[in-house]
Design a binder for this molecule. Structure first.
Ligand SMILES: [Fe+2]
Ligand SMILES: [Fe+2]
Length: 151
């Protein structure tokens, strides 16, 4: 009976996730920011690969931690540039960074709970990365360019 009730539950198929390719369209026109974004793509892809290869929790978490650390470094860089140049949209842009970091830390805990959360992380991360870069980071890049801010 036990086995029968268990078989009633749908067993999720292990999803496979796509890596993201850097494209010049992601360039915001500031060398420092673009270099960071490229590195974030690389780390994101390492994370996708670790998950796709079903590596152990320790390995997957190590890659995620590296990605998180680099996000911190990168967000600090952007926020410093915004402050230095009196960026008018600083508060809103910083709030987006902050909520992203909070969400990722929640996810880091949720990863322990397994598959569905892991899938959510990957979907969210990839969408966030490209969406944030193409949206607010592009605006920041254009602003810095206009100000003649050195890369
Ligand atoms: Fe960025
Ligand atoms: Fe940003």
């Amino acid at each position: 009976m036990l086995t029968e009730s268990r078989s009633m539950k749908a067993v999720p198929v292990q999803p496979r996730w796509n890596t993201v390719a850097w494209d010049d369209d992601y360039g915001v026109g500031h060398d420092g920011i673009d270099g960071d974004h490229r590195r974030l793509f690389e780390l994101f892809n390492e994370f996708v690969t670790a998950v796709n290869e079903n590596r152990g929790d320790g390995d997957v978490e190590a890659v995620l931690v590296e990605l998180l650390k680099y996000c911190d470094t990168h967000f600090d860089r952007e926020e410093k540039l915004m402050r230095e140049h009196g960026y008018p949209d600083y508060e809103r842009h910083k709030a987006l960074h902050d909520s992203f970091v909070r969400e990722i830390y929640d996810i880091n805990n949720a990863m322990d709970a397994g598959g569905e959360q892991g899938a959510y992380v990957l979907g969210m991360l990839g969408t966030w990365l490209s969406g944030h870069i193409l949206g607010v980071d592009k605006k920041l890049g254009a602003f810095l360019k206009e100000r003649g801010a050195a890369a």
